[in-house]
Design a protein around this ligand. Structure first.
Ligand code: MN
Length: 338
């Protein structure tokens, strides 16, 4: 094998953050989507114990699992919803502390781990400083933001200083899903629809579309975004998004932007394969986006990593494409050493 398998959306948590989630979940006024998460995947049940242990482990157990499944490098990030459900002071502190833990793991295993720093959008000025610290002092390679923060999205001008800091530090933002925002979660609360099979992609895809349609990429022309799950549905819709945008411009319903929505998407976004092992969807992404915009991710410990590796090892692509998806694109996007 002439390439490394680099997996981009691999999760961890600290015990402090897990404890703080439990505290938030014990309050009566918790966001309805997060409450559902607290009743399912974040619940302290015997069934979740292995998941929880795997999230906490940034050492031997994780490395052994990587060796077993053929993952050479994990790009680590704080698992969803990270610190985004805490008050601003707690969130800012726990983001910084978890970034220290992450940076330490990367220092101990520099050939196996790469890190994406957590920030607390609740305190934008503090988040902007943390972006700079993560890039310059902690040796981290990008940022993780788990979609909405208290129902708000990054196109809101109050968050622009985070985008500005990310652009200045050349840190891509991995825009990771979470359950839909309080303003739209109600119909998702039935039948488990808030979760990763549907609601996560709707929420995160909406967030990405808000960034595109708000024009933030004209303001931050070097801002880069990574989307998981083969682009959260956007590659499927891309042509229609342009087509209906053009109609809306023609009838005066939305202002004309400098470029078409698809052009912003191709210029500013890359997508990963996390949670998606359908070769037809890979083919769709390759034809809509080009091989240079598709990266491998496995979503440890939530998915079967072996299945994800098997999927890309046997996907009907050329060896050069497989290498690009597994390694070359990740090295370019996150400046990972060769
Ligand atoms: Mn994930």
């Amino acid at each position: 094998m002439s390439y490394r398998r680099i997996a981009l959306e691999e999760a961890f948590v600290t015990q402090d953050i897990a404890d703080e989630w439990a505290k938030v979940l014990s309050h009566r006024n918790v966001e309805p989507g997060f409450r559902k998460m607290g009743e399912s995947i974040l619940a302290h049940t015997p069934g979740n114990q292995q998941l929880h242990n795997r999230l906490l482990d940034l050492g031997a157990g994780r490395l052994a699992h990587m060796d077993e499944t053929g993952i050479d490098v994990q790009v680590l990030s704080l698992t969803s919803p990270g610190v985004q459900v805490f008050d601003a002071v707690t969130a800012t502190r726990l983001a910084a502390e978890s970034n220290e833990v992450l940076a330490d793991a990367v220092r101990r295993h520099p050939t196996r781990f790469v890190g994406l720093a957590a920030v607390a959008p609740q305190y934008p000025a503090g988040a902007a400083l943390e972006v700079e610290r993560a890039a310059k002092r902690l040796g981290l390679s990008g940022l993780i933001i788990n979609s909405h923060t208290m129902g708000e999205y990054l196109d809101d001008p109050k968050y622009w200083e985070i985008l500005e800091a990310a652009e200045a530090a050349d840190m891509p933002i991995y825009l990771h899903p979470r359950e839909p925002a309080p303003s739209m979660v109600t119909p998702y609360l039935d039948y488990g629809l808030y979760f990763a099979g549907w609601g996560f992609a709707i929420e995160c895809g909406l967030h990405a579309m808000r960034l595109i349609m708000s024009g933030v990429f004209d303001r931050f022309p070097r801002l880069r975004i990574i989307l998981g799950h083969m682009g959260e549905g956007i590659p499927y819709w891309l042509k229609r998004i342009d087509n209906r945008y053009e109609l809306q411009v023609k009838i005066g319903a939305v202002p004309k932007m400098a470029r078409k929505p698809s052009e912003y998407f191709l210029e500013h976004f890359v997508v990963t394969t996390s949670g998606m092992t359908d070769p037809d969807i890979l083919k769709l992404c390759l034809s809509q986006l080009g091989v240079e915009r598709v990266l491998f991710a496995a979503d440890y410990p939530y998915e079967s990593i072996a299945e994800h590796v098997e999927f890309l090892d046997t996907a009907p692509v050329t060896e050069a494409e497989r290498r690009a998806i597994y390694e070359d694109n990740a090295c370019r996007v996150l400046k990972i050493a060769r």
